[in-house]
Design a protein around this ligand. Structure first.
Ligand code: MN
Length: 357
């Protein structure tokens, strides 16, 4: 594995590359071009400029999170081919610049959904949290307004104000899209992009839906072992792979995370590792990475990744807001750095134990 940190780029991230460079064991960043709209082609020049900046800081671009998939592709609308052509062009440009891992998601309307961005925990840290009761009581069109005040002035991925301004139209677009239609649209997209992925050795890594069930009546398909194996099978190419996100699959307590990891051997191209603390099956908050701070056995999760020979980029996922830091919720420096150090510690211990036999 390669330890990385997500970095949103200049002007969007409060964390600097020089700070990331000083986290022990972190050698790469996972980045994106936030200022390129979903559906537009990422130019060679912009990719090269980002690469130069990262490499000058002594790091490398270990992958992209995300190249967003346009709603025309997800809904299978008549103009989808034009957007897929653009996506292929972007992949080609990334490949030419020696970037070989692309995370994306196929979630309708909203990216991840949380109902609180700053729940206060017993230790005074603040975290993102979710309660089904709050979602059920909420008008989805007002979702953005309800969390906007807690964003610390940041633009959160998937919650861009320009996008949320059209949320009503987005719902309309997905009116006739059910799970089966979404699977079919995903298959169509993957079949069209696999040739360029083969040509440039680009690993596509789909991010699970978060939470891993339907919200606001929208279809959600990347939610459990059965569905993800169906997806691997429907386009059976090693470049069609997954981002294993423990915090997203873990929202559903019926998902056995180490078992899922083992069943995806060879197809996990990227790993997000974080912990959740459950108060009930539909009321949870994001905890520190340490097993005892949350509900997951992080040792078993990292061990499963180790045992399947996972060799892609891994990153700590959302961190708590601690030590007075003001940053994009989930994406401060301090707690993610602690998370990276902890995961590195687990990995080293598992590796040494394994070598001893
Ligand atoms: Mn994730």
């Amino acid at each position: 594995m390669e330890m990385t940190l997500r970095w949103f780029g200049p002007g969007y991230d409060t964390v600097t590359l020089s700070q990331i460079r000083q986290i022990p064991g972190v050698t790469g960043v996972i980045t994106t071009l936030y200022d390129t709209a979903p559906g537009d082609v990422w130019s060679r020049e912009k990719i090269r400029e980002r690469k130069r900046e990262v490499e000058e800081a002594g790091l490398r671009i270990s992958g992209i999170e995300s190249v967003n998939v346009h709603d025309a592709i997800k809904t299978g609308s008549e103009d989808r081919d034009r957007y897929i052509d653009n996506y292929i062009e972007t992949l080609k440009n990334l490949g030419e610049e020696d970037i070989h891992m692309v995370c994306y998601n196929f979630m309708p309307v909203f990216d991840w959904t949380r109902t609180e961005l700053a729940r206060v925990r017993a230790d005074g840290s603040t975290v993102l949290a979710y309660t089904q009761a709050a979602v059920d009581a909420l008008d989805p069109e007002k979702m953005f307004a309800s969390i906007e005040g807690d964003m610390n002035g940041s633009v959160m991925p998937g919650w861009e104000p320009e996008r949320m301004a059209h949320v009503k139209e987005l719902f309309e677009l997905y009116r006739d899209v059910d799970d089966e239609a979404l699977f079919a649209n995903l298959k169509y997209f993957l079949e069209r992009i696999m040739p360029v992925c083969d040509a440039y050795d680009i690993n596509m890594a789909i991010h699970p839906d978060d939470p891993a069930w339907s919200v606001f009546g929208l279809p959600r398909i990347i939610i459990n072992k059965e569905n993800i194996l169906r997806m691997m099978k429907m386009v059976d190419n090693p470049h069609n792979g997954v981002t294993f996100c423990s915090g997203s699959y873990g929202t559903n307590l019926e998902n056995d995370l180490p078992d899922m990891i083992r069943s995806l051997k060879g197809r996990i191209h990227f790993a997000h590792v974080r912990n959740l603390k459950f108060h009930s099956p539909d009321n949870f908050e994001e905890a520190a990475h340490l097993s005892s701070d949350g509900s997951f056995d992080m040792y078993e999760i990292v061990k499963a990744l180790y045992e399947i020979g996972f060799d892609g980029p891994i990153r700590p996922d959302h961190g708590r807001m601690i030590w007075g830091e003001k940053a994009m919720p989930g994406y401060g420096l301090y707690d993610r750095a602690l998370g990276a150090a902890y995961i590195n510690g687990l990995w080293e211990a598992i590796d040494k134990q394994h070598r001893k036999g």
